[in-house]
Design a protein around this ligand. Sequence first.
Ligand SMILES: [Zn+2]
Length: 392
Amino acid sequence: MTLESNETVDAVPEQYGFKLICSSKANNLIPVHKYKSVNSGITVVLGEVEGPVVNGYFALATEAHDDDGLPHTLEHLIFLGSEDYPYKGVLDLLANRCMASGTNAWTDTDHTCYTMTTAGSEGFLSLMPIYLDHILYPLLTDAGFTTEVHHITSEGKDGGVVYCEMQGRENTGESRVNLELQRDMYPGLCGYKSETGGIMGNLRDSTTNEKIRAYHKTYYRPENLCLIITGQVGAEEVFKTLKPFEEKIMSKGGRDEFVRPWQSPVPSLTSSVDKEVPYSCDEEDNGMVYIGWRGPSAVTELYKLTACAVLLKYLTDTPVSPLPKEFVDIPDPYCSQVRGILRAPKIPRYDGPTRPKNYTVNFLTVLNMPTKLHQNRTRRSRVRAVKQTIDI
Ligand SMILES: [Zn+2]
């Protein structure tokens, strides 16, 4: 989808304080309009998708330079009540009454996104301001932190919803190998190497409610909030609904200067790394191999990016692709699966002449490879051959 500013659209509802930034058609079919509030700085993107379902994606660019899991812990705490609706669970209770299939959210490395889906626009417009009040004005109480993030139980054990969630995944082989790969692919100071979900050690000893409050203050602000709405809901209705919320934002007075996240260039990858990562498992016969390499920029080199995606698909996607054929579909298989993954960090750098260098990372995952083979020179030379094949 591209957004261009030269297409004509309906009259912009400027009386609501919004300015049309650009319009285009997604897939040459669906009209998409992007607006920005001149008062608060909130961005609104409307996609006129046919059908009765209305989707809302409320996204904020979030960056972390440690493993305290501030983006993830904050995401959880958002649902525990807000200034105008100070009750846990009230959001989902109201969502049910608005014909919504609940509310949800995810934390990615470079953004956090809150979602809602309703049948029809009426329920959507009723729920949206309540949801936004939770996002920009959450309670973030110490009690909420204790129950939701981390605490010690009466039996002396670690507890907390976020803590237990991370406990369930931190020490899996996939997680450990993936994190090590991330660390090595992005040396130096770089947000892409952080575990934004939170490492258990950090959640126990380092993450605090004060840090979460400060994190919220830095990133959860109208200039950094983008509301993406798809479905049959008119622009004017959306702006009319947002008006009281915007007035609330303005009534809070001035804010500190906004420093846009993801502005520092990604440090170069200067040398290759070959590392063994131990992890707990039932048996020691098999392991997994992750091979990663820097790809083109996801912002400025879209053709090369597409070429990489096609190449990875060609190399791994079907049983007759070269890598499964070479590694899996042989009498004495080297592994059970070869997968290709392309990660594309997409937050662009707007200001100044320097173009972004947020390179994609391509990687291959090889599952259930016998560990004996891992030490075997033949295998090493084979992997080297694969690296050379894909090193374009
Ligand atoms: Zn979670």
